[in-house]
Design a protein around this ligand. Structure first.
Ligand SMILES: Nc1ncnc2c1ncn2[C@@H]1O[C@H](COP(=O)(O)OP(=O)(O)OP(=O)(O)O)[C@@H](O)[C@H]1O
Length: 347
């Protein structure tokens, strides 16, 4: 008898992701077909595990699939220190990952700041710790347990904020940082949360329910427990899948616009590298706003705190009556019109 369908589904998703990682990081003729015993120099794939159902399911599938492809599998859990006893929870996750056969496994305590609100601050601290762990262990990739339901929530949050299509495109299956552009992999992005939960249940994997996920003080939690069920009631069960599809379509459109904006950028800068307002004005708004956004980030504005409304304000310096004055952006960046030029720099 084969594995339970939920277990088969999570393993298949992880196997696909591992194949992609191998293809991206190993010359094709060095991939050995079939089972292989990983040695110490084999590529290492880490799972980022909170101890919740999604990432525990991911860890179990990684532990099962990685050795078959000659890969090493390890795990990292991040202790945000936001609740009493969070260190004990982290120790327990380390134990569970070790029991699954993962090595190396570590828990990292982080200090969560306040920039951008509690959820964004915890996320920034977490990714900082995961990046550091990946580098310390020389890991080829880090797997994250985001599911199709998380993707649908992300799209809805973007819609509610009035964001552009980049935000509506949600999370990418593959993403990273400068220097490691494909470090993060999300094998469960096409899988629903129920499947991950079921896979944990049938494998008797104990899971930890993050109290933040049920805390109505958090926007995402309200959306998960009230917003999405209400939408499904009104519009039918296919809403989550449809929103995830919107994410994919938006991603393709956003990528095309980004390419267009990159190509157009050189043509709107003068010989000193300053942005020329008249040339910006002549561009389609979506392309112009992308150029403004990348200029603001280049000047030091943190991408995560730079919202559509900020860029619209800068855009009005070019298109509106109020072409004078200075616009303050996050990261102490200031945008100002100087004659026919737009200057975006540290204030
Ligand atoms: N404390 C943590 N330590 C390590 N990785 C984490 C931690 N919190 C989240 N992650 C990673 O980010 C993913 C998404 O987390 P998030 O809390 O947004 O979603 P979730 O659906 O509650 O996931 P989970 O059921 O795994 O907790 C997780 O699946 C995991 O891979």
């Amino acid at each position: 008898m084969g594995p339970h369908p939920a277990v088969a589904a999570i393993r298949l998703a992880v196997r696909r992701a591992l194949h992609d990682i191998l293809t991206a990081h190993t010359p094709p003729d060095s991939i050995l077909p079939g089972p292989n015993i990983p040695n110490e120099s084999a590529p290492l794939v880490l799972v980022a595990c909170s101890g919740g159902a999604d990432s525990m399911a991911l860890a179990s599938a990684l532990a099962f699939e990685a050795p078959k492809l000659g890969l090493r599998a390890g795990g990292v859990t991040v202790d945000h220190g936001l609740q009493p006893g969070s260190d004990l929870r982290a120790d327990e996750v380390v134990l569970r990952l070790t029991e699954l056969g993962l090595a190396p496994v570590e828990s990292i305590a982080v200090a969560v700041g306040r920039e951008g609100g509690p959820e964004a601050a915890a996320r920034d601290a977490r990714y900082g710790a995961l990046d550091a762990a990946a580098e310390r262990h020389g890991a080829t990739a880090v797997l994250l347990g985001h599911t199709r339901d998380d993707q649908a929530e992300t799209v809805l949050l973007g819609l509610a904020r009035g964001s552009g299509i980049r935000s509506l495109s949600g999370m990418a299956a593959v993403s990273g940082r400068p220097g490691a552009p494909d470090r993060y992999r999300r094998p469960f992005l096409q899988l629903d949360r129920q499947t991950a939960r079921k896979a944990c249940m049938v494998q008797s994997l104990p899971v930890w329910d993050d109290p933040h996920n049920a805390d109505p003080a958090y926007t995402r939690s309200r959306l998960r427990h009230e917003g999405l069920p209400a939408l499904e009631k009104a519009l039918g069960k296919g809403v989550v899948e449809a929103l995830a599809r919107t994410a994919q379509l938006s991603r393709d459109d956003a990528d095309a616009l980004d390419t267009w904006a990159r190509q157009a950028e050189a043509s709107v800068r003068d010989t000193a590298g300053l942005l020329e307002c008249a040339k910006l004005y002549a561009l389609p708004p979506a392309v112009r706003r992308r150029i403004l956004r990348s200029a603001a980030i280049e000047a030091g504005a943190p991408a995560g705190s730079l919202f559509a409304r900020h860029i619209e304000e800068v855009d009005r310096l070019i298109t509106g009556w109020r072409g004078q004055g200075a616009i303050n952006l996050p990261g102490r960046v200031v945008a100002q019109r100087q004659g026919g030029r737009l200057v975006i720099r540290q204030g």
